[in-house]
Design a protein around this ligand. Structure first.
Ligand code: NAG
Ligand code: NAG
Ligand code: NAG
Ligand code: NAG
Ligand code: NAG
Ligand code: CA
Length: 514
């Protein structure tokens, strides 16, 4: 929709509004030439459509209603002699002058088409990239340090540098503000940008960030190990899905009511403490309880990871999150695939490895090698703040893959480093009770985070984290809360609070209080 303002008979066009067209699109290959870049395919997409995608990340992607018409540009950028990043630019005909870079998930070699569709539906010129390798397998890292560098920091930076040149050349006008959107690995990439290339983006929306990456891999490996991996078949430590159901019912019985409502949601999992010994089978009891070995496994899972000197390396698994089926990626038997790939292909540099005796020695080695400088655990956002950057992060409190408490820990690290009692002026962390990994789950987990079509419930900055970020960057209007919407069709809403505020029941309504 064109945003036109009729004033005293004069038609005012927003200065940033620019147009694309089919002819301009089809001329891209011959008209635009960028450093290290090979544009290999250009298509004009006139209407919502299904497009085919190259590589091993699937065969088709949706261009959702509202995104088209757009110009789809596919290209490679060589980042060094031995590495290159595959990118796509989706350039909507109706452009509001904003640039948006997007990130990846997991061990991340898949373009985020959901984010591309979301960004263009809101009239951003939106870029996606494969993080320097095709597919979700870490074997590509083996003896390819430049491919690791693309993954750890360079692909998103290149997306920003080359992407901006492409967008400006295409529309023939300067970009207004630049944004970044990503979750999980994408949240880490956004954090890495703010730390390493603070001038790339004016606003960053990075959810469930996989920060402190090496320790996260170590923690994930330990979780697999605690329940018997890699030799989990018949291992007395292993918990079957029915055992996890027992654990979850017990945890809810202990902690659901702490927030005042028995609704299946533990609003503040850090308040949830329980005695796992109560799960032990009594004499003659054979179901709805655990063996002593399994009880010990559960205790291990819900204990933080400490180093050899007793220092905290990573928070405990989140009570309540074990009820999400995605728990199985970590504790369903096999050794967690990203930890497996990261340690083997970037740290040990081997093609086979026995994880039977996985220990702090492995964690320490990953951290010391810190391949590609991937760690992403620093409080030094001085430059980002000085440049006027704004950062919104969020974390589901029922995230089964990354402990949400780690996002508080990162907030506290920034606070301590920058000697700021609160980061409100430039960095806000919203904790989302009941939400799973980046979206989904219980409560009100849809707030415009762009991670799935259902995550974009309401088109208003009060309910949409991306639009809230735009208001913050462009109008100086910072979001005090973000209202989420349920995804069960009820339309129920819940206000999400920014740390260190807490979500507390006041007169029957959840309210944010310090
Ligand atoms: C990118 O690298 C490939 C492989 O080394 C090379 O064939 C190609 O010419 C390079 N492209 C550009 C634009 O530098
Ligand atoms: C182009 O590639 C060279 C190395 O091959 C690199 O030094 C340079 O930074 C690249 N330029 C961009 C814009 O990425
Ligand atoms: C594996 O390779 C990386 C460089 O990519 C190096 O830093 C590390 O020390 C190597 N690991 C071992 C065990 O040699
Ligand atoms: C694991 O440790 C045990 C006890 O030290 C040892 O006997 C075994 O060989 C180790 N296994 C592997 C695969 O390293
Ligand atoms: C969202 O609302 C704005 C007005 O507030 C409107 O201009 C825009 O077209 C809407 N976008 C979508 C995708 O509905
Ligand atoms: Ca509750």
């Amino acid at each position: 929709m064109l945003r036109l303002l009729l004033l005293s008979g004069i038609l005012w066009l927003r200065p940033a509004l620019a147009q694309g067209s089919q002819a301009k699109c089809e001329a891209v290959q011959s008209s635009i030439h960028l450093e290290n870049t090979t544009i290999f395919q250009v298509d004009y997409i006139p209407a919502p459509a299904t497009v085919s995608i190259p590589g091993s990340c699937g065969t088709t992607a949706q261009v959702p209603t509202g995104s088209a018409p757009l110009c789809r540009v596919q290209f490679f950028v060589n980042t060094t002699a031995t590495s290159s990043v595959h990118m796509e630019a989706w350039l909507p005909d109706t452009w509001f002058g904003r640039f948006m870079g997007t990130g990846n998930g997991g061990i991340g070699g898949c373009i985020d088409y959901t984010a591309l569709g979301y960004g263009t539906s809101l009239h951003f010129a939106t870029l996606g990239h494969d993080n320097g390798h095709d597919g979700n397998n870490g074997i590509v890292f083996l003896n390819h340090p430049e491919v690791i560098n693309d993954f750890a920091f360079r692909a998103v930076h290149t997306e920003a540098v080359i992407g901006k040149q492409l967008v400006q050349a295409y529309y023939g006008s300067k970009i207004g503000k630049s944004y970044y959107l990503g979750c999980s690995t994408g949240g880490r990439q956004g954090t890495q940008e703010a730390l390493k290339f603070p001038g790339d983006f004016d606003g960053i929306l990075g959810g469930a960030p996989a920060t402190d990456w090496n320790h996260l891999q170590g923690w994930s490996g330990f979780l697999s190990h605690f329940v018997g991996s890699p030799n989990f078949m018949g291992n007395p430590k292993f918990l079957q899905p029915a055992d996890w159901a027992t654990v979850s019912a017990f945890i809810l019985a202990e902690c659901d009511g702490l927030d005042g409502v028995m609704d299946g949601i533990i609003t503040e999992p850090d308040d949830c403490h329980f005695d796992a010994n109560k799960l032990l089978c009594k004499a003659g009891q054979t179901s709805g309880c655990l063996t002593a070995t399994q009880v010990q496994a559960v205790k291990n899972v819900f204990t933080p990871m400490f180093g050899t000197h007793g220092e905290l390396l990573y928070p405990r698994y989140t009570p309540g999150a074990e009820a999400d089926p995605a728990r199985a990626a970590l504790m369903g038997g096999p050794f967690f695939t990203f930890a497996h790939d990261w340690e083997m292909f970037t740290t040990l540099n081997v093609t086979s490895h026995d994880f039977t005796n996985f220990s702090l020695v492995d964690v320490d080695l990953m951290e010391r090698v810190n391949a590609g400088g991937i760690k992403t655990f620093s409080g030094d956002l001085f430059k980002f703040k000085e440049l006027g950057g704004k950062f919104i992060t969020y974390h589901g409190r029922r995230d089964p893959l990354i402990a949400s408490t780690n996002s508080k820990r990162v907030y506290d690290l920034i606070r301590a480093t920058m000697l700021m009692p609160t980061l409100d002026p430039f960095y806000r962390l919203f904790l989302i009770p009941g939400m799973g990994h980046c979206g989904g789950g219980l409560g009100a987990p849809a707030f415009g985070q762009g991670t799935s079509p259902t995550s974009n419930a309401v088109n208003a900055s009060s309910h949409n984290a991306l639009l809230a970020l735009v208001d913050w960057v462009e109008k100086g209007k910072a979001p005090d809360t973000i209202i989420g919407t349920a995804i069960d069709g009820s339309g129920a809403e819940r206000v999400h609070c920014r740390y260190p505020q807490r979500s507390v029941l006041v007169a029957g309504k959840f309210t944010c209080v310090l």
